[in-house]
Design a protein around this ligand. Structure first.
Ligand SMILES: Nc1ncnc2c1ncn2[C@@H]1O[C@H](COP(=O)(O)OP(=O)(O)OP(=O)(O)O)[C@@H](O)[C@H]1O
Length: 368
């Protein structure tokens, strides 16, 4: 079933007023690499759908919110906001219940997931969403954006109901959808993971897998040619530490949360700064340390300057020559983002091992 079909089914029977354009009265807050846009509250009829969702609107707003304290709080947590009458940042998950009337169960679940307090994106996005505001938010990878939207969604759903679809979360891959579902049912952290190799295409992922498995490395791969069942098994084995090295493509890796990844290897050079940020964001999650290694060839030079700039801005030492490389035109950049460079196959000429033989070999290795 394609996405149009899914959306048609989900929208069946749903009345919606057409918007003439996307929210035009957004306010924007930027801080470092964070952007936070919140739609201004309006009383136009277009906003009636927003009002329906906000059964929490009547709850008391955080008492005596001292403006200086709020400004200081945002500054300390690197939160930048734009918009009028924004609720103050959440200082603890307890405030969800005491200030916003959120079900205590949700608060307890957050705590039992090991979350001591809200991350900066959660501090500001959660109260804004609970107040029924439309939010466009941006925060670094691994900073807890999933909880930032899930907690308000769960809170606004209140009690279970058989009234069909009441919330819709779109995700680019099944892996990410499952992860969001897992977080929905309170996820537990993964352990003992080593490395995440990212390639540009599934063919390259398969080739790299064939090479690494030949070296007896405890490795597996996810790409779109594998069945969903196989992909699920690989992800689970990686989370459980049974697989130490995971190979995936850009799209398969995006958004996937493996807490313990210490190293990301960009085996193929990312073709945009966004891709680079998403890839390296698989490590160093939830405040942990992580390293990323990026390989490049002469063919990657047009994109090198952009990535080097991102690295420099985030405080990494970068050789000067990379920053002074010729700037690529927007047209060429877009072209690069949409093409896979023709590279030599990844091969040392090793004979290909069949998967079942490989597994036997690994079993044997682990017994010894
Ligand atoms: N308040 C919190 N305290 C501690 N850990 C948290 C908190 N909220 C979320 N986490 C953990 O942080 C990790 C990253 O969260 P999440 O996957 O939501 O990040 P993200 O911002 O969506 O990342 P990406 O942009 O890469 O998809 C997860 O392991 C999650 O369980």
């Amino acid at each position: 079933m394609n996405s149009d079909n899914v959306l048609n089914i989900l929208w069946r029977g749903v009345k919606s007023k057409p918007r003439k354009s996307l929210p035009d009265k957004t306010t924007q807050v930027t801080q470092g690499d964070e952007v936070f846009k919140v739609k201004k509250e309006e009383s136009t009829s277009d906003e009636s759908d927003v009002e329906e969702v906000t059964h929490l609107q009547s709850v008391k707003v955080k008492a005596e919110a001292n403006p200086e304290h709020i400004v200081g709080l945002r500054k300390k947590n690197n939160i930048t906001v734009k918009g009028k009458n924004l609720p103050p940042p959440l200082e603890s998950f307890d405030e969800l219940a005491s200030v916003y009337g959120v079900d205590e169960n949700i608060v307890n679940n957050l705590k039992s997931a090991g979350y001591d307090g809200p991350t900066p994106i959660q501090m500001q996005a959660i109260p804004a969403l609970l107040k029924g505001r439309q939010v466009l938010a941006c925060a670094p990878t691994g900073s807890g954006k999933t909880v930032a939207f899930l907690a308000p969604v769960l809170a606004s759903l209140g009690k279970p109901s058989r009234k069909g679809f009441r919330a819709l979360i779109l995700s680019p891959t099944r892996e990410l959808a499952k992860q969001i579902f897992r977080e929905c049912t309170l996820l537990s952290a993964g352990t003992g993971l080593k490395a995440n190799y990212i390639t540009k295409s599934k063919d390259r992922a398969k080739q790299l897998f064939d090479e690494l498995i030949y070296d007896g490395i405890n490795v597996d791969v996810i790409h779109s040619d594998r069945t969903q069942h196989q992909r699920d098994n690989v992800v689970r084995a990686f989370r459980e530490g049974k697989i130490w090295v995971l190979i995936c493509t850009d799209i398969m890796g995006r958004g996937v949360d493996f807490v313990g990844i210490k190293l990301v290897v960009n085996y193929d050079f990312p073709n945009s700064a966004i891709s680079y940020i998403h890839r390296i964001g698989r490590t160093g999650r939830a405040g942990m340390a992580g390293r990323a290694v990026t390989y490049f060839t002469d063919e990657d030079k047009p994109a090198l300057r952009t990535i080097a700039r991102v690295m420099k801005d985030s405080g990494c030492p970068v050789p000067e020559y990379m920053l002074s490389l010729k700037k690529t035109s927007k047209r060429d950049r877009l072209k690069m983002e949409n093409t896979v460079p023709d590279r030599e196959d990844i091969s040392t000429g090793a004979p290909k091992l069949k998967r079942f033989k490989t597994n036997q070999k690994l079993k044997k290795n682990s017994v010894q």
